[in-house]
Design a protein around this ligand. Sequence first.
Ligand SMILES: Cc1ncc(COP(=O)(O)O)c(C=O)c1O
Length: 360
Amino acid sequence: MTRTDIPTPALLIDVPAMERNIARMARFFAGRPCRLRPHFKAHKTPEIARRQLAAGSCTGLTCATVSEAEAVAGLCDDLLIANEVIGADKCARVAALAARVHVTIAVDSLAGLAQIADAATARGVVVGVLVDVNVGQQRCGVLPGADAVALATRVASTRGVRLRGVMGYEGHLQPIAGRTERETRAREAMQQLTATADAARAAGLPCDVVSGGGTGTYDISGQVAGVTEIQAGSYVLMDTDYARLDLPFEAAFSVLGTVVSRPTADRCVADCGHKSTTKDHGMPSVKGIPGATVTSLNDEHAVIALLPGAAVQIGDRIELLPSHTDPTINLHDAFYAMNGNDVIGVWRITARGYAEHRQP
Ligand SMILES: Cc1ncc(COP(=O)(O)O)c(C=O)c1O
């Protein structure tokens, strides 16, 4: 099977480029005190996670949801759900996982702590906990310092859970294009986190894990003394939003479409609308057609402005480079794994649409 045989719209992965990204990231962390904990939510694909783990420098995997953790529990025995887990059903699923592998979740409230502790004690297991600290993203998390230490103290004295440390995701800083500003602000954010970890230790609490970071800050936060692991995800495939930055990773995925209409000299339309590529972070880019830009995405249509005279015909294949990795991949069931024009595999995106919903 080659590129021309693939039914469109379809998600392609450039396997050699992906492998170079994985190897570059693993090399960066080799021999450092800080480890890599690749974020599975970026791709939700066990075939990719397997390669990330095999490349080394990893301390486990990061997940965003319980269903992602369930999807990789057979691959890795140290999973961090870097997110709050709320609801008796989800907490029971975490407890069931904890009977098989080491699972740690983020907690930022006494209510959340009580829920996971109840589920863990009912199951007779222990679930790891990182106190989620707000290092400036203004999403979840308690304030650094005294508030975080107070919650950590409660975690440490609660049955069914084990305090492992703190986590703080500096997500608001990942997209800053200027290296100097990104570096200064990421260091400040991580120093709030490491200072909180120090305060917890000074209060006699265990705090072995200090977790944060992403693709935009892996080599900044990953070198702050006291940060023990980095949760980067997008580096493995790279989107156009991250491509604006000074990162050493290559675009390794694209959405393949077919030109279905060429209504005017300066416009064509392809069959890959926003049901196959996200508009989050802006329009996708068009690969390999000089001057071509996506002007709008409808459900099933990508409208593309062309330079006059562009040699684009109905039936041609085009490739879009998405603006945001995670929400694009979440639209697809599988990747076509490519080596040049050859399809070398079909990789299921198993954690997308995964059994989150059950029959009543
Ligand atoms: C908690 C958390 N950690 C890490 C990341 C890093 O992801 P990426 O490397 O894809 O930016 C994210 C992304 O949203 C996240 O939510």
